[in-house]
Design a protein around this ligand. Structure first.
Ligand SMILES: Nc1nc2c(c(=O)[nH]1)N[C@H]1C(S)=C(S)[C@@H](COP(=O)(O)O)O[C@H]1N2
Ligand SMILES: [Mo]
Length: 314
């Protein structure tokens, strides 16, 4: 029997990759922002590394996961239920000419082309913890822009209280949309945020990671990243962003409302009905570590929920 390589074992390629990446970061911190350019995204990278430092307060637990780990252990039910399928199958996503429709409670709906999006918004790097509701986690160096920048462009009206997101529906790109392997996953995948959560400066629309375009299995060409919420809020391959007056439906809530709420804030004190959320396993590490309130972003987001019972609004 041939033993499968454990997911945490780095290949030489990864090591080289990450060394390069770390050198580049080092360069940029020193101000030599022109030093290395590996892709279009690298060139577009904002040289403002203040952000990285800002979110790197407790740097001890921010050891980056490898590119290999981040791009080969995925949840993307449009490709099946296990962690390996997205990396194997997501090549069917065609990102060229991808469009994002923005509408609902806005003065004027608009459609943005992915190339336009890449040029229009200031891209930056954000190193965030990423905590799945299944109690595993990673640390990921995203490339993206603030969702608030897009919201300002969209100019929602006074009725807008929520933002709804939808994954593209296209059976030729996302095979399980046609034939849900799990019987009852309602596709297209949908998610939502309250407008103030969406405006928070941590909320990102990611278009890349590790200085490269987003791998397809990670939700190319554009996906949400909400680092203080369980991973299922961070919807992939978005093609519709709609401002709404009322709380929009969300996929996991539709599937099992007693297990997955609209808010889904990372909270070590509120357990999932079937397992504890007090600890998590960092992918690549054997031991469990304590889960942090709001995934370590309490200072930045706790005020959004003041006066709310987090057991009720899970
Ligand atoms: N469209 C879509 N978005 C999705 C999912 C999905 O199945 N479909 N899974 C979610 C879950 S449960 C997690 S943990 C993250 C995983 O993101 P990653 O594979 O980039 O780590 O994507 C989220 N976004
Ligand atoms: Mo997840």
């Amino acid at each position: 029997m041939y033993l499968k390589k454990p997911s945490w074992q780095l290949s030489q390629n990864d090591v080289t990759d990450e060394n390069l990446f770390n050198n580049r970061r080092h360069f940029l911190k020193l101000g030599a922002a022109t030093a290395i350019s590996t892709s279009a995204i690298t060139e577009l990278l904002a040289s403002d590394y203040a952000n990285e430092l800002l979110y790197k307060k407790d740097s001890s637990d921010l050891v980056l996961n490898s590119f290999k780990q981040i791009s080969s252990y995925n949840n993307f039910y449009e490709f099946g239920l296990d962690k390996d399928s997205p990396a194997e199958l997501a090549h069917t996503i065609r990102t060229e000419g991808w469009k994002v429709e923005i509408g609902g409670e806005v003065a004027k709906p608009l459609t943005l082309d992915i190339d336009d999006i890449m040029k229009r918004f200031a891209l930056e790097e954000r190193i965030y913890r990423f905590r799945c509701v299944e109690a595993w986690s990673m640390v990921i160096p995203w490339i993206g822009f603030k969702l608030s920048d897009l919201i300002k462009l969209a100019n929602p009206n006074s009725k807008a209280k929520y933002v709804a997101f939808q994954t593209k529906y296209d059976e030729s790109m996302f095979p399980q949309q046609k034939n849900p392997s799990w019987g009852n996953v309602p596709f297209p995948y949908v998610e939502g945020l309250r407008l103030d959560e969406a405006m928070n400066e941590l909320t990102l629309l990611a278009v890349g990671l590790y200085g490269k375009h987003l791998p397809k299995q990670n939700g190319a060409p554009i996906r949400l990243v909400v680092p203080w919420k369980y991973g299922f809020k961070s919807i992939k391959s978005i093609d519709k962003i709609t401002f709404t007056e009322h709380e929009p439906p969300t996929t996991w809530n539709k599937l099992a409302s007693h297990e997955y709420g609209f808010y889904a804030n990372v909270n070590p004190e509120v357990d999932h009905p079937r397992w504890s959320q007090a600890k998590e396993r960092r992918i690549g590490s054997f031991f469990k570590i304590p889960t942090k309130m709001f995934n370590g972003y309490e200072k930045e987001v706790a005020s959004l929920y003041s006066g709310m019972d987090l057991r009720k609004f899970y």
